[in-house]
Design a protein around this ligand. Structure first.
Ligand code: GLU
Length: 429
């Protein structure tokens, strides 16, 4: 039952976000209209400046060759090299990658990083591939896009279903092609290869800091919040354990197969110790519920930390929380956001709430460029400072223009992108 209903959520998400690029473009247009910028700004920013589609032939363990499709979108490089993760997922589409690259540009603008946005993807199911096949695919991707990427050109990082080991293979392949050491080519690397302390936990820490800002703003103590987290992967599980350690009740978590709910608060350390290698925990209870049910349970804070489009027009009216903090990319559809706005549920947008990952990626790149490595405390302090300042700016912008935080975040991001593009002479206004 739970697997099926997750499928229903995914199907609805797919239906509404058939083309996530449309979602990105429509919100971009709304923001540009509010900002009173000329139409040419929209025409320029609505699509990536470059998009590469590649075929990657890979020898599989059974001796046969399979051709994988890969993509890399570079949205805008006016503010600096482009930056963004690479996802390995069976449902990756060119439109999704283009939208995600645009969101990365906005993320870097909001957090004032000297980058534009990019995103990559390969259509594959890493859970059905061996370690060796994954290594060959990671290396094959780098060979296919090597002309387009580089430490001062376009810097990849992990995303959905990619991790530090995959970054290590990609780095090694790039170094072999270039014939010298390039630690700043990719971020999210293992620490032994020049990765940054605190990168693995950065996205979840960033979500925590934004949640702390929401509590400060609404004058509600964090420890009184009852939280539901949908997704128990890298972001969801670290976040759950930070909240648990702070004495916050995490009353629900969900993985891909179902959800766990206990209004007295879940025993997060137990779930972390007993999850399987794919992060599945919903089989640990006799009475697990479905993903859909969990999303609609009453709570103070709902944190979607898995796939896009899970809050959509089908369930937005039944979402039963005070705040939504978007840890995943694009978890709330445009139509759903309108409903949540009408119901006065505050939504902290993805491009702000999950920017901790790219912020610490930037710190990693700075450390690689300096050849000088920071302590975890320094990384943490600077992350908190940057994301808190970004939250305040987005909030002030939302007050100034009387718009929701999503639109305010777009406005903040567009401001920097448009100015850099105008100064370079790419836009005339
Ligand atoms: N993939 C992450 C994101 O969507 C991190 C990107 C990066 O570190 O460059 O923000």
């Amino acid at each position: 039952m739970s697997v099926e209903s997750f499928e229903v959520t995914k199907q609805q998400a797919k239906k509404e976000k058939d083309n996530p690029l449309t979602d990105f473009q429509e919100t971009l247009k709304d923001a540009i209209t509010v900002m009173n910028l000329p139409q040419q700004v929209y025409e320029f920013l609505k699509k990536p400046m470059r998009f590469l589609e590649v075929s990657i032939p890979i020898r599989m363990d059974n001796g046969k060759t399979e051709i994988f499709q890969g993509f890399r979108a570079q949205h805008n490089d006016a503010s600096g090299p482009t930056k963004g993760g690479i996802r390995f997922h069976p449902d990756v589409t060119p439109e999704e990658v283009k939208a995600l690259a645009g969101w990365m540009s906005l993320k870097c603008g909001i957090t004032d990083l000297p980058y534009g946005g990019a995103k990559g993807g390969i259509i594959c199911d890493p859970r059905k591939m061996s370690f060796d096949e994954l290594e060959r695919l990671s290396r094959g991707y780098v060979r296919a896009v090597s002309q387009l990427v580089g430490p001062t050109k376009d810097i990849p990082a992990p995303d959905m279903y990619t991790n530090s080991q995959i970054m290590a293979w990609m780095l090694d392949e790039y170094d072999q092609i270039r014939e010298f050491d390039n630690p700043g080519f990719i971020t999210g690397k293992p620490i032994a290869l020049g990765g940054s302390k605190g990168r693995e936990t950065a996205t979840s820490k960033g979500v925590l800091y934004t949640l702390q800002m929401v509590c400060q703003l609404k004058k509600k103590p964090l420890k009184d919040m009852r939280v539901i987290i949908q997704g128990f992967g890298n972001v969801g599980s670290y976040l759950a354990s930070y909240l648990y350690d702070l004495g916050v009740k995490v009353i629900g978590v969900a993985d891909e197969l179902g959800g766990l709910y206990d209004e007295k608060g879940l025993d997060i350390p137990y779930l972390i110790d007993n999850r399987d290698s794919f992060g599945i925990v919903s089989n640990l209870f006799h009475h697990s519920i479905s993903n859909l049910e969990l999303l609609e349970k009453e709570c103070d804070v709902l944190i979607p930390a898995a796939i896009s489009g899970v809050i959509n027009k089908q369930n937005a009216n039944r979402i039963n929380c005070k705040f939504v903090v978007e840890a995943a990319n694009g978890p709330t559809t445009k139509e759903a956001l309108k409903i949540l706005d009408e119901r006065e549920i505050l939504v902290v947008p993805d491009i702000l709430a999950n920017s901790g990952g790219v912020i610490v990626s930037y710190f990693e790149w700075c450390q690689n460029n300096q050849g000088y490595y920071w302590t975890e405390e320094t990384v943490d302090e600077r992350l908190k400072e940057k994301i808190t300042a970004s939250f305040i700016n987005v909030y002030k912008t939302s007050q100034k223009y009387r718009v929701n935080m999503k639109l305010a975040a777009y406005i903040e991001g567009i401001q920097k992108l448009a100015e850099a593009s105008r100064l370079r002479g790419w836009l005339k206004y």
